[in-house]
Design a protein around this ligand. Sequence first.
Ligand code: ATP
Ligand code: MG
Length: 362
Amino acid sequence: MTTTVSAAVPAAQGPAPAPGLDPDPDGSTGRDPGAHRVLTGDRPTGPLHLGHYFGTLRNRVRLQRRGAEMFVVIADYQVITDRDTADRLGEHTENLVLDYLATGLDPERATIFAHSAVPALNQLLLPFLSLVSVAELSRNPTVKDEIAHSDQSAVNGLMFTYPVHQAADILFCKADLVPVGQDQLPHLEVARTVARRFNERYPHADGSAVFPTPRPLLSDTPLLLGTDGGKMSKSRGNAVPLSADEDTTARLIKGARTDADRRITYDPVTRPGVSGLVLLAALCRDRAPEEIAEEIGDGGAAALKRTVTEAVNEHLRPIRARRAALAADRGHLRQVLRDGAERANAVADATLDEVRTVMGSV
Ligand code: ATP
Ligand code: MG
């Protein structure tokens, strides 16, 4: 069973949290967030959106501020799981770095790297693939969903195996905590299975385990819906990018799917479209969604959309300003990636050496 670490990490006010005030995202052990090694990441398939922001980015930044050791993977090989070629890969990769820095990740404290730049990480895929059955891979609900949304006429092998690749992304740095959205829970389960089976099959000579068993960290918003009522996704044309300008944001929200009932309520089960918008305004204003719905009352979808647009634009204004300032220096973005790759390679080489040793291949 997946042990999901519950709830968001409460916001940190400054770089150093006051002792004793740290949240405990790992309730069962009482560990301080600063004691965790955290791996998170994204595919460079387009600009990060509000689903990323409320689903994982804010938790990443909070964990970083609280002293957790952060690794952030730009999963470039995983782009070609559901498309034939990786379109504008370099540009998307640099833009992810820009989104990270604008939302508060600090490259001095977080190792940000593209996984194609870390060969030893990718080599872990080979032993890991031997630890899962084909039946287990084909049961994965997120893989099935991504296949359903893919433009490809045939499903490629990388699509089936990428949850195992993701296990390599997580385990190469021995991360124990992974802030993710809900769609990633089945993949986390694969990573946990891989870690457990590897440890059972290949313990150290003294009996100790090579890998920790990683846990997902879900935010309060593990699944933000897009303008079409489905999961907000970079590749599904239903996202509000963090980097969009204010007019584009207004246009995207105006196009969101709602219903004919003028009375605005918060009822995610029966009114997913309206409720998704209400939730967005609530998240941006740090208010309860029921309160937002009550205030709009009989104003209908148009008033709701105006409120949401204003709330999103207001909330993102400082992030967008920081992003614009950082965007001027592309050289800096590439340097962040080079530094990150250097650090990630050192860690991956050491892990691969350890793996070879316990497997008896040295
Ligand atoms: P793509 O459509 O290209 O797969 P994506 O929008 O699904 O893009 P990913 O790069 O696959 O983004 O996911 C990166 C991280 O963001 C994952 O942890 C994922 O769970 C989280 N995430 C993505 N979309 C949402 C969402 N709508 N709500 C909450 N979390 C999300
Ligand atoms: Mg995705």
